[in-house]
Design a protein around this ligand. Sequence first.
Ligand code: FNR
Length: 370
Amino acid sequence: AVPRLPTDLTRLEELAEQRLEPGPVGYVAGSAGNGSTARANRAALERRRIVPRMLRDVHERDLSVEVLGRPLPAPLALAPVGVLSIMHPDAESAAARAAAAQGVPYILSSASSTPMEQVAEAMGDAERWFQLYWAKDREVTKSFLNRAKAAGFSTLFVTLDTPLLAWRPRDLDQAYLPFLHGIGTANYFSDPAFQAGLAKPVDEDPNAAVMHFVGMFADPAKTWPDLEFLRENWDGPIVLKGILHPDDARRAVTAGMDGVVVSNHGGRQVAGSVGAADALPRVVEAAGDRLTVLFDGGIRTGDDIFKALALGAEAVLVGRPYAYGLGLDGQAGVEHVIRCLLAELDLTLALSGHAGPATVSTDDLAEETV
Ligand code: FNR
């Protein structure tokens, strides 16, 4: 039997390293270059400290928020993490079911190991958010948007920080990349527009299908005016994921976008990048009330969520911790991660003098100078 997972979620990575296969766990834990951005994400949160307030009647508390016009039980969503079958055979469906059970939105990656329609079915009535890797091929992108709409996804997250896969030494050294095994291609291989670009059906020449996928899954030639295409083809809210500079937030407003995720992809793209929490205040300021600002990068505990809220995020996404929870204990492991984060957030709010997220501000933080 799998022992109970620890309630200190910062220990999950170490457990995953011990118990899971080196290739998959290296892919999840790994980051760009020597890992300096992933460390900067943690440091930017650690450096900020909460200054608790007393005697403020916190006996009744409510974690709920409204994000992108939708009521959420808490300022938390599961970040899009592709290729989850490397962690557990139930993959994205198990993570989506866990999120649905806890009422937390699940952002399905377009690089999922299970087709979006199948994951949508696992989600019941829960809020469905879809993350797009913006393919080179317009027809494939259009087809993905139509399929996501038809499968009941309401909100589109467009990831901008991955026009190329970064230099990731752990994957290079282990010669392990899920995509080269055809993992993370389920939405593509099942797509009629993708299939139309192949000389032979996927099962007759899987290698050619993988190479076709590698060549078209992202597009380093895209520029801001290209967003018009997405705006025209998606009726619901659009959120740009991977924004770090305030000018890019302003451009998002001009392009008619609804929100941004301040994110450096968990430190997996640009080594030497600014810690995500250090980039957050300037983006929040630039966004004003014109954009919803979400945040991810290094969130491991309830107090990390509190700090991101204090810096101006409306909600946070969490990535690796739930991937480890899935790898270690399937759906139950993901639910464990969500429950721990929410319980710890609730206690952190209460013990810091807040009955809910709305009253948290930069006034609740001090910055360590050591
Ligand atoms: C990711 N991330 C990601 N982002 C995205 O937009 N689409 C994707 O398919 C993936 N896939 C993915 C796989 C793995 C294994 C990881 C660890 C991350 C990035 C993810 O959404 C999020 O930005 C980070 O994971 C947040 O940082 P933490 O919480 O992992 O520190």
